[in-house]
Design a protein around this ligand. Sequence first.
Ligand SMILES: CC(=O)SCCNC(=O)CCNC(=O)[C@H](O)C(C)(C)COP(=O)(O)OP(=O)(O)OC[C@H]1O[C@@H](n2cnc3c(N)ncnc32)[C@H](O)[C@@H]1OP(=O)(O)O
Ligand SMILES: O=C([O-])CC(=O)C(=O)O
Length: 384
Amino acid sequence: MSDELKKGLEGVLVAESSLSFIDGDAGKLVYRGYDIEDLAREATFEEVVYLLWNGELPTREELSAFNESMAAERPVDDAVLDTVAALAEADEEPMAALRTLVSYLSAEDPEADADATDLDASTRKGRRITAKIPTVLAAFDRFRRGEDPVAPRDDLGHAANFLYMLTGEEPDAVAEETFDMALTLHADHGLNASTFTAMVIGSTMADVYSAVTGGVGALSGPLHGGANQDVMELLLEIDEAGEDPVEYVKRAREEREDWRVPGMGHRVYSVKDPRAVILEAKSEELGAASGDAKWYDMADAIESFFADQGLVEKGIAPNVDFYSGTVYYQLGIPVDMFTPIFAMSRVGGWLGHTLEYQAENRLIRPRARYTGEKDLDFPSIDER
Ligand SMILES: CC(=O)SCCNC(=O)CCNC(=O)[C@H](O)C(C)(C)COP(=O)(O)OP(=O)(O)OC[C@H]1O[C@@H](n2cnc3c(N)ncnc32)[C@H](O)[C@@H]1OP(=O)(O)O
Ligand SMILES: O=C([O-])CC(=O)C(=O)O
């Protein structure tokens, strides 16, 4: 047994996977052999989920059957909606609400009791979870605005249906395509913290509801998916204060040496995240089309400042969360729904990796180097 300590499991190989490949130095991301740029441009989110779960792109017939099966699973029972309403009433944070709701959804799953070794049943459960997450998220947002939920439609794609349920209106083609592309970009990313969390849970042969619930919890943190909300909140704060974004960031870094600019830096990429490259272009495009490039310009100015300081060269470059916020904001999505939207997409990766791992399962159980005392004499309670 090696006693080498790998804090944060940096660089440690713990599994084999054929789902996604990241070349952190080249800034390249591939799902099942296909470059993320091609998938973002050409594939729908459903196609990508099919690819992740099945290993191959679907034929026209396979995609149509998959789309239908996902759309059929979108509605939720009234009991679920009552729980959504109660969480909204309690002013729960959206990610906390989602964590509770994924767990609760198992109560209405007809195969909830299926054994985790039944991977086909787990795949069906995974499909139900993936299909229902947008329904409960949109309902949650509407309840807290005092509005009734909008029932899902089965004639819209995953991305368009979510925007429809959120606003009550069918999105235009630009919004649908942009949102669908963002979902594709977020669907998988190797053994990131939330996917690894899901896999650890799955490795005990617990069910996929537990794995996805754990994934939601891990994604919510500011060092992971929570950063997309933090980026937008930072930009809004700078804007409200009427400050120059570069001066603001400079000052904040001087005042607090350990301050992390949200959306910057990555464990695996030493260059700009390829997803950030795509999202940046989209953010610029949306800004130009709407005549309001403010948010893009602010984010771009901060990135340029990091580049001028030589920080981008050191790998403190935009990650996926840096420009996704400005894209969602320009689509009119509430800021605290940004991380839940990430979960709505990443559930594809959580399930793909968990089921891939469970197919050749070995319990994940690392060790800690013990730094505490040994051989202490036990004192009675009066002696302490
Ligand atoms: C979808 C995602 O999860 S993408 C990541 C989303 N998270 C964020 O955007 C939060 C901000 N970023 C970060 O906190 C980090 O970059 C992480 C957590 C993503 C990666 O962390 P690690 O791989 O552990 O990198 P680590 O913390 O060792 O940082 C290396 C160096 O870069 C610096 N650094 C890293 N990120 C940032 C940042 N965002 N702002 C300023 N400095 C940073 C660190 O201070 C450290 O500098 P030092 O060597 O002088 O001490
Ligand atoms: O891979 C990571 O550590 C974080 C990330 O970019 C993601 O989960 O998309």
